[in-house]
Design a protein around this ligand. Structure first.
Ligand code: ZN
Length: 200
C-alpha cells in the first residue's frame, strides 16, 4: 500500500537526489515527519537560500556569496600562480591538501566532443584574458587525467603558447581515468609538487 500522497510527493523529490534510492528517500521523509516544523523549515529555507544567493566569482568562476570569492579576495595568497580546474569541487579537494596557495580558474566543465561540448562552452576565453591582462606568471593545469581533461589541457596549452607565462600540468600519481575531486590528499600533494613543465 503506498503512503498518503503528501508523503509520496516528498519521497519522490528526495529520491531524485544523487545516490538516494527509494529506501533512503523514505527514511528522509520520515525524518521530516519526526522533526519540528522549525528544523524542517530551516532545512528547506537553507536550500532555497543557496539557490537564490550563491553566485559565481567574477574573477575565477568559483562559488561565491559576494562578487568575488573568498579565495580571490584573500590578499595573503600567491597572486602569480593560477591553477586551472574543471569544477568548484576540485578547488575544494585541492584546498584540503594545503599544498597550494595560489589563485584558481574554474572552467565549469571540460571539452567533450562526444557530449557536444567545445572550448566555447567552458570558460577558456575568460582564462586567456585573465592570463593576458593580469599578474600571472605560472598556469598550473589541473584538469582531470581522463580523455576530456587531457583534451581540455592540450587546448589550453595551445591557447597559451604565445603568452609570456610558464605552463605546467599536474598528473603524476593520479591514475589515468580518475579525477582531481576524488584523489586522496597525499596523491594530490605529490601531483602538485611534481607538476611537469610544458612551457617556459
Ligand atoms: Zn574567485
Amino acid at each position: 500500500m503506498p503512503y498518503p500522497p503528501l508523503i509520496e510527493k516528498v519521497i519522490f523529490h528526495f529520491s531524485k537526489l544523487p545516490g538516494v534510492g527509494r529506501r533512503s528517500a523514505e527514511r528522509m521523509a520520515f525524518w521530516v515527519l519526526g522533526h519540528s516544523r522549525e528544523e524542517v523549515s530551516a532545512l528547506a529555507q537553507s536550500i532555497v537560500e543557496l539557490k537564490e544567493n550563491l553566485k559565481s566569482c567574477r574573477l575565477c568562476n568559483n562559488f561565491a556569496q559576494a562578487d568575488v570569492c573568498m579565495i580571490c579576495s584573500d590578499s595573503s595568497r600567491d597572486q602569480y600562480t593560477l591553477c586551472v580546474v574543471e569544477d568548484p569541487k576540485d578547488v575544494l579537494a585541492i584546498e584540503k591538501t594545503g599544498a597550494y596557495k595560489g589563485q584558481y580558474h574554474v572552467l565549469m566543465g571540460n571539452i567533450s566532443p562526444a557530449d557536444g561540448r567545445g572550448p566555447e562552452d567552458i570558460k577558456i576565453g575568460h582564462l586567456v584574458n585573465r592570463v593576458q591582462s593580469g599578474l600571472i606568471k605560472e598556469v598550473v593545469i589541473a584538469t582531470d587525467p581522463d580523455n576530456e581533461g587531457e583534451m581540455t589541457s592540450l587546448y589550453i596549452i595551445d591557447r597559451l603558447k604565445d603568452k609570456n607565462v610558464k605552463v605546467s600540468r599536474i598528473g603524476l600519481g593520479i591514475p589515468m581515468g580518475s579525477s582531481v575531486e576524488f584523489s586522496d590528499m597525499s596523491t594530490l600533494c605529490v601531483s602538485f609538487n611534481s607538476r611537469r613543465k610544458i612551457q617556459k
